[in-house]
Design a protein around this ligand. Structure first.
Ligand SMILES: [Zn+2]
Length: 430
């Protein structure tokens, strides 16, 4: 008999003939070190669901006992089932597109050079400010559908293309509206400190003061975001400015995230650890001291190899982070400049190739650790009795296929709360 199974519970959904069920069961916290090698694999398994929640996972024979003639059944056909992917770092609320800038980059121009000449983030700020709420909701809704159809059942979305109190609040309301009209699970993050807006050119400290005095109280007061993030980087917000913003955000009740040590080792990881951030993201240039600090504080390292690939830059030291005891998660960084994608599934084979992670580490990083990085570790990323039935039936017979194969959508069926929401790349509800 499987732990957590109650014989009186009748399943309303039974998924059977699962060749490999990656439950990701383990300690109830972000996984680190050798824990990242364990995907909680069950073979020839089944999963029973009632009222949108899992009531049992285990050997097919045991779980099947919970079904009766009214139970809806899904034959997984010997395929792989995993928890729905969680994407804990995206900037998908934006208007416009930057393929022209990408062509400049291919021709050799640097990221900070493009930013300094009014391109980069600021071109998306102009387009986003100019777009109507309806347009932004509709664009974000479409991107949610693309994410969901590729196996992402939960997603974090940041503001940060408004850069004024009015436009930052507007972006967060757009995120809330799009989330309310879509089955995907959404976590909103306030990123007013994404760039210094043109109106504050040369007056970064004044902008930091605006973020602290006006934006953070407004965001926290209206409960428009769960997290506050800062782009702590050379030429953007320095360590002291980042500390000020994050300290005020924490006092206002927001969780913390940091864009840390992406282009230069500035101590962003150490700052994230010092302030008890939920995650430190990018970390391409993180120092050994920064890694040790993250490990001690239990901060999740969110790695974004799609961004390195687009920028032609170095990749984060994923193996070193894991060896140092830091829990590692993966995200798309979905944004129009440096990672134009909605698919965390696409990042999985990329991470195996560019970060040197094993298929087990990659899957842990894209499910359970990613859910923790998004502040949803207690509900997402694990298939176990009592958890929401958010899962994906993959067009694969071995979970390692997800790290191996690339370029086509392998998410055959996507479920949220036991409800089929996408099949073979097409959204069914929303
Ligand atoms: Zn980012």
């Amino acid at each position: 008999m499987t732990a957590g199974m109650h014989m009186e519970t009748r399943a309303d959904l039974l998924v059977y003939n699962i060749g490999q069920l990656c439950t990701m069961q383990g300690p109830d916290r972000p996984r680190r070190g050798a824990e990242m090698d364990d995907v909680g694999l069950l073979r020839h398994a089944a999963m029973a669901v009632a009222g949108g929640k899992i009531v049992a996972v285990g050997p097919e024979k045991d779980v099947q006992a919970l079904a009766d003639q009214d139970t809806r059944t899904v034959d997984a056909g010997g395929r792989v089932v995993t928890p729905g992917l969680w994407d804990p770092h995206t900037h998908l609320c934006y208007a416009g597109s930057r393929e022209e800038e990408f062509a400049w980059r291919l021709a050799g121009r640097g990221y900070l050079e493009i930013l300094a000449s009014g391109g980069g983030i600021l071109s998306t700020v102009r387009a986003t400010r100019a777009a109507s709420d309806e347009m932004l909701v509709s664009l974000l809704h479409k991107r949610f559908s693309q994410a969901l159809a590729s196996g992402t059942t939960g997603i974090e979305v940041k503001s940060g293309y408004g850069l004024s109190t009015v436009d930052e609040l507007r972006m967060l309301r757009v995120i809330r509206r799009a989330a309310g009209e879509h089955p995907i699970r959404v976590v909103a993050t306030f990123l007013g400190a994404h760039a210094v807006p043109p109106e504050f050119q040369g007056r970064a400290n004044d902008y930091v003061q605006l973020v602290i005095d006006e934006m953070i109280p407004a965001v926290a007061g209206a409960h428009l975001a769960e997290f506050c993030d800062v782009f702590c980087e050379e030429g953007v917000f320095d360590l002291d400015q980042s500390r000020q913003i994050l300290t005020h955000a924490r006092a206002a009740g927001l969780g913390l995230k940091v864009h840390a040590d992406e282009i230069a080792a500035m101590g962003g990881a150490e700052l994230a650890a010092e302030l008890g951030a939920t995650s430190a993201d990018h970390l391409i240039m993180v120092s050994p001291e920064g890694m040790a600090a993250l490990a001690r504080a239990g901060v999740v390292a969110v790695l974004l190899p799609g961004t390195s690939l687009t920028l032609g830059s170095r990749f984060a030291p994923a193996r070193e982070l894991i060896a140092a005891g830091v829990p590692v998660a993966l995200a798309t960084d979905g944004n129009p400049g440096t990672s134009p994608t909605e698919s965390l599934q696409a990042v999985v084979p990329l991470a195996a190739r560019t970060l040197g992670l094993s298929p087990e580490q990659v899957l842990t990083a894209a499910t359970v650790n990613a859910a923790w990085a998004a502040g949803r570790g207690e509900v997402g990323g694990v298939l176990a009795a009592g958890r929401p039935a958010d899962f994906v039936v993959w067009d694969a017979a071995d979970y390692r296929y997800l790290s191996y194969h690339y370029g086509s959508n392998l998410a055959r069926e996507v479920y949220i709360r036991g409800r089929l929401v996408a099949r073979e790349g097409v959204m069914l509800i929303g």
